[in-house]
Design a protein around this ligand. Structure first.
Ligand SMILES: *Cc1c(COP(=O)(O)O)cnc(C)c1O
Length: 365
């Protein structure tokens, strides 16, 4: 079976490095908020080209903590996409703000700027971009859009580690960028982990308070916080995995390049190629097919794993039954949800795996 992710096939050297990191933590006798977290935060911030990274328990908390640190809450509207992991919108609900859901661009699955413009109101505080499947949109356009309307730009980078727009990494454009290190993400831990990055030192400080019971110094709790810390064990292993991330990202791009070149089937639409060479890190490779279910079954039959991201858009989930949507509707989201299929695209795929996937996709009729 060609899997969506194949951790067991990772290089033995990487596995040994992670075991050594785990041993380092175990023997250090210090397991929460210590040197490993500090070191990983520093490395991740440096690699992202920002001043600060704050390690937290997971990607959803990174979004929530970032918004809370910015004072986003009850009475505020945050515009985002319904074509995302539910966690994106759940974070907005958790801070007490009101999500407003806009439509997407059919060619990429990314938020439509025209649709977001239709969703604006006097209560709009922020636009939360989701760099879906690992791709950055034209970040200059979004920066201008938000600046001219005096609203915050926020980035959900859970799928977009090291994606770049004009040489700047995902998460460095917004007030904060929220990262998930869930195991299947491009940089994944062996459990739950996350971080937010920012160029705003005060925001980083506030996020560090919020992640640790709202504690400013020992026994002082100036605000209502969370328990959302990144563990030393995860941080140590993430530091090792980070050393491999550029290489793994190139491998993903190489798989994607072959799919763009070789997938040719009139019944299947490949999403648009990225606008810039480095603007996409191919967390997922997504095709669209009118008979998605039959294509999925055909691939499974051929020994190729596949999934849909995402078959039920956020506005169809019960907690979001009453949220405000683009008044023009969400036609592109509905169409995408009904037709999208993700095929294997990960760094451990061999040349013959890629060839098998191409062959099976092209043989579908
Ligand atoms: C995975 C993911 C999240 C949530 O991250 P967790 O670490 O699982 O909390 C949020 N947004 C997007 C787009 C994701 O893919």
């Amino acid at each position: 079976m060609i899997l969506m992710n194949d951790f067991k096939a990772e290089p033995e050297e990487l596995i040994r490095q992670q075991l050594a990191a785990a041993e380092r933590v175990l023997r250090s006798g210090w397991y929460i908020l210590g040197k490993e977290v500090k070191d990983f935060e520093a490395s991740w911030a440096r690699r992202c080209g920002v001043a600060d990274a704050v390690g937290v328990a997971n990607g959803m908390d990174a979004i929530e903590i970032g918004m809370r640190a910015l004072g986003i809450g009850a009475g505020d509207e945050v515009i985002t996409t319904p074509m995302t992991a539910f966690a994106t919108v759940l974070a907005i609900l958790r801070v007490g703000a009101t999500p407003v859901l806009a439509d997407i661009e059919p060619g990429t699955g990314l938020l439509s700027i025209d649709s977001v413009a239709r969703c604006l109101s006097s209560k709009t505080r922020a636009v939360l971009l989701v760099h879906l499947y690992g791709q950055l949109p034209d970040m200059d356009a979004w920066t201008d859009f938000c600046r001219s309307r005096n609203i915050l730009l926020l980035e959900d980078c859970a799928q977009a580690h090291l994606a770049e727009w004009n040489g700047r990494v995902a998460g460095s454009y917004g007030a904060f960028g929220a990262y998930s290190f869930y195991p299947t993400k491009n940089l994944g831990a062996v459990g739950d982990a996350g971080a937010l990055i920012t160029t705003d030192a005060a925001l980083a400080e506030r996020a560090k308070v919020i992640r640790n019971y709202g504690q400013s110094e020992r026994y002082h709790h100036p605000e209502v916080g969370l328990n959302s810390r990144l563990d030393e064990l995860h941080a140590a292993m993430l530091s090792e995995r980070l050393k491999w991330l550029d290489d793994f990202t190139e491998k993903r791009r190489n798989v994607a390049r072959q799919y763009y070149e070789q997938i040719a089937n009139p019944q299947i639409t490949v999403l648009d190629k990225p606008l810039q060479e480095r603007s996409h890190v191919h967390h997922l490779f997504v095709v669209r097919c009118a008979d998605r279910q039959r294509l999925g079954a055909h691939l499974t039959q051929a020994g190729i794993a596949n999934l849909s991201h995402y078959p039920i858009p956020v506005h169809k989930q019960p907690p979001c039954a009453d949220v405000r949507l683009d008044p023009a509707g969400l036609a592109a989201v509905e169409q995408h949800a009904a037709t999208c299929l993700s095929i294997p695209c990960h760094p451990q795929m061999s040349q013959s795996d890629v060839a098998k996937v191409v062959e099976a996709v092209n043989a579908f009729h």
